[in-house]
Design a protein around this ligand. Sequence first.
Ligand SMILES: [Zn+2]
Ligand SMILES: [Zn+2]
Length: 139
Amino acid sequence: MIEGRCLCGAVRFAIRGGMSGIVICHCSMCRKAAGGAAGAFFVARRDEVTWTGAEYLTSYKSSPELVRAFCLRCGSAMTGANLVEPDETIILAASALDGDIAARIVAQEHLVARASWDADSEKAPHFDGAFPDWETLRP
Ligand SMILES: [Zn+2]
Ligand SMILES: [Zn+2]
């Protein structure tokens, strides 16, 4: 079972079937909706997804045909931009996934719209734990 939940745990999804590979989207709408440098999404079959705490799900139409769902208590993105008139699939937020997931990132899209501040992120030092210099960061 593939499972995901929002930050506060009020909204959960469980997927009985499989999931697609994960696509990273750098467009400005996905960045804002996801609260990060990019959104990360995958596709599941709508009839294989069970929601718990759906009463905590709220949605926002980010464009006339597309709707995004998030937790109204903690703000976590739970879906990507899905058609208002849905088909048999649903785009879910990979950021909500818990546990070891076999799927991997298969594509990164809308790199032209990548955040300017994210341009050189691969070159920045990486830490397995916390960034040790938070205390000294200043404007
Ligand atoms: Zn929540
Ligand atoms: Zn996007």
